[in-house]
Unconditional design. Structure first.
Lengths: 176, 122
């Protein structure tokens, strides 16, 4: 009788051990799934935020691009306006960058970097003090010129095109 | 394959020259051939002869599919190089700056600037 009891006890113990082990595995799988789903939700939220807000940002960038193309045709008289537009585009690009995934933000980062560089450029090196003149000579930096703004225009136009395409791609996965 | 930046620079130069009236555009003699159903021409097409090459620019709508049977019309601008009979030889890749070019072309061909100047003087 005792032998049978021991066999049954061992059997039940074994099953309990197995069930405990299976439960442990299920817990780990669930934890991993929750982690993955959480990541997906965060991705979706970011995508959604970009989709909702980027239209406005892109439209603002388009307006700035048009203004730059207008002012650049009269570069010598519109240096201040051009710098203002570049500054505005930098701020918008910063806002867009926060809503983009790392893999999508290389153009935005490049534009912000370029804008920062341009803002520091003097309008006319000849008018600077001797010290500042040498400083710019040492850094081999140019003065603010039409060529630099043209390059910026090209970068901004490229960014607008890529953001518009990204919006279209996202629209296929989330209906906004 | 032409470098994308080179094309963007070219478009920007065209914008500048159009605004300065160094490049003149007219209504195109030959309408562009638009693929039936998927695209439709919007407004006029304009052409210009620059260094013995013919360029044509126009606005068109293109179907952008959301699903198999659902689509929206999106607006696009196309810049092409054409032969003397209006056949497309080369199509420039799309980029947003083409809108600026198209608007500059429309403004210059409409003669609205001169009209407003004359009107304000009179």
């Amino acid at each position: 009788m005792e032998k049978i009891f021991n066999i049954l006890k061992n059997f039940v113990d074994n099953i309990a051990n197995w069930l405990e082990f299976i439960g442990f595995i299920i817990t780990i799988i669930t934890a991993v799934k929750v982690f993955v789903i959480d990541g997906k939700i965060l991705d979706f939220k970011k995508k959604h935020l970009f989709q909702v807000r980027s239209k406005e940002h892109i439209e603002e960038l388009e307006k700035i691009l048009s203004k730059i193309s207008k002012y650049i045709s009269d570069f010598d008289n519109k240096k201040i306006e051009l710098k203002n537009e570049i500054k505005k585009s930098e701020e918008i690009a910063k806002s867009i960058k926060k809503k983009l995934f790392k893999k999508d933000n290389s153009n935005t980062k490049a534009l912000i970097k370029e804008a920062k560089k341009i803002e520091k450029l003097p309008d006319d090196i000849a008018k600077l003090s001797l010290f500042k003149k040498h400083y710019h000579k040492l850094l081999k930096s140019n003065e603010f010129n039409e060529e630099i703004v043209s390059d910026y225009y090209v970068k901004l136009s490229g960014l607008i095109t890529s953001l518009t395409e990204l919006r279209k791609d996202n629209a296929k996965s989330i209906n906004v | 394959m032409i470098d994308g930046n080179k094309i963007s620079r070219f478009i920007l130069e065209l914008i500048k020259k159009t605004k300065k009236n160094e490049v003149e555009w007219d209504e195109a003699d030959f309408s562009p051939t638009i693929p039936d159903g998927n695209e439709r021409l919007v407004d006029l097409a304009y052409s210009s002869n620059i260094n013995d090459k013919n360029f044509r620019i126009y606005k068109y709508n293109i179907k952008h599919y959301r699903d198999e049977y659902e689509w929206d019309w999106s607006e696009r601008i196309r810049l092409e190089l054409t032969d003397n009979y209006g056949n497309t030889i080369y199509e420039f890749p799309y980029e947003y700056s083409l809108y600026d070019l198209y608007n500059a072309v429309r403004e210059s061909t409409s003669g609205i600037n001169d009209f407003i100047d004359d009107f304000l003087k009179s």
